[in-house]
Design a protein around this ligand. Structure first.
Ligand code: AMP
Length: 312
């Protein structure tokens, strides 16, 4: 079984009230693949970088075990750049700068070895490029997608076209509200599922995640961390953990999806502990298992006793 992820491979500059980092390795595809790789031996990246992308960053992805045959290099171009600023409440962030650079003309042509990918993750990226990738893969078992306010605002029609092809959409609460113009998340979820994705996951930062499937809602907590350095990439690491767990399951059903949401939350909880994707690089299986167990303990509700009316 294999996982293909398309998305940005980026230089990120990050400011928080507590520190900053400049031009670190970032991008949706970087976080997604490095997270998924902990669950799956065959993780394939599709993306583009410029001639300015350092060999050292490429090596980080390669050392993480990511297949880079689908990472194109535009020697004359510059790598996608994003600058974000987090507020005192780290759930809140502003984008200060987005430079598409080589992404503006990216027209992915997948290596033949990628065409049989089983799970396709459409990381946060221009919706038309997401579709170009999907068109090339032979009948994947599952299509998971992410997007963000930038594409909701700038390419709404194209985004809707992509959504029709998606099985599972993973977005945050503000994006869900904006996508269908409804402040209520339960109503918004219904409207989004009408656009195509049968399964919808709404991430709520430090307040956990909601999983909406037919007739059922599941709520997973977020891990209460004392020290959050940089929330960047949490959403993509979430998608990587989600896809990674589902790739190990025989069927995509309520149980596997609920567990996948927990593994997604586990990977997100790790990535925020450091700037950039560093924390994803030194994790072992026991770290992931232990934190997953902590999630189970965190969310365990003891059997509830039915309320009985006292006799008069
Ligand atoms: P997340 O924190 O999970 O929402 O993802 C942050 C990552 O998304 C950063 O590493 C950025 O490089 C990348 N990113 C930011 N803006 C965009 C955009 N408009 N399209 C694609 N990727 C983006």
């Amino acid at each position: 079984m294999s996982i293909l992820a398309v998305g940005t491979v980026a230089f990120d500059s990050i400011d928080t009230p507590f520190g900053s980092a400049e031009r670190v390795l970032g991008g949706s595809a970087s976080y997604l693949t490095l997270a998924a790789r902990h669950f799956c031996d065959d993780v394939r990246l599709v993306g583009v970088v410029g001639g300015d992308f350092p060999a050292e960053y490429r090596q980080i992805l390669a050392d993480g075990g990511v297949d880079l045959r689908g990472l194109e290099v535009e020697e004359d171009g510059e790598t996608f750049f994003w600058h974000g600023e987090y507020h005192y409440d780290m759930n809140e962030r502003d984008t200060l700068d987005t430079q598409l650079n080589v992404l503006a003309s990216f027209d992915p042509d997948l290596p033949d070895a990628y065409l049989d990918s089983d799970i396709v993750c459409l990381g946060n990226l221009e919706p038309e490029i997401q579709r170009t990738v999907l068109d090339q893969v032979d009948d994947p078992d599952l299509v998971i997608a992410d997007t963000m306010n930038y594409w909701i605002e700038n390419t709404p029609d194209s985004l809707r076209e992509t959504l029709r092809l998606v099985d599972c959409l993973v977005i945050n609460d503000a994006e869900a509200r904006e996508l269908v113009d409804d402040p209520n998340l339960v109503r918004a979820a219904d409207k989004i599922r009408d656009l195509g994705p049968e399964t919808l996951i709404i991430k709520k930062g430090e307040h956990g995640a909601l999983l909406f499937t037919d007739g059922s809602v599941f709520s997973a907590p977020a891990y209460p961390l004392e020290d959050i350095q940089d929330p960047t990439g949490a959403g993509d690491a979430f998608a990587g953990g989600l896809a990674g767990h589902l790739h190990r399951c025989e069927a995509v059903d309520q149980t596997s999806l609920r567990r996948a949401v927990v593994y997604g939350s586990v990977m997100a909880s790790f990535v925020v502990e450091r700037y950039g994707p560093d924390r994803l690089l030194d994790l072992g299986p026991s770290d992931i298992t232990d934190r997953a167990q902590s999630f189970q303990d965190l969310a365990a509700i003891p059997t509830l006793v039915p309320l009985q009316k006292q006799p008069a």
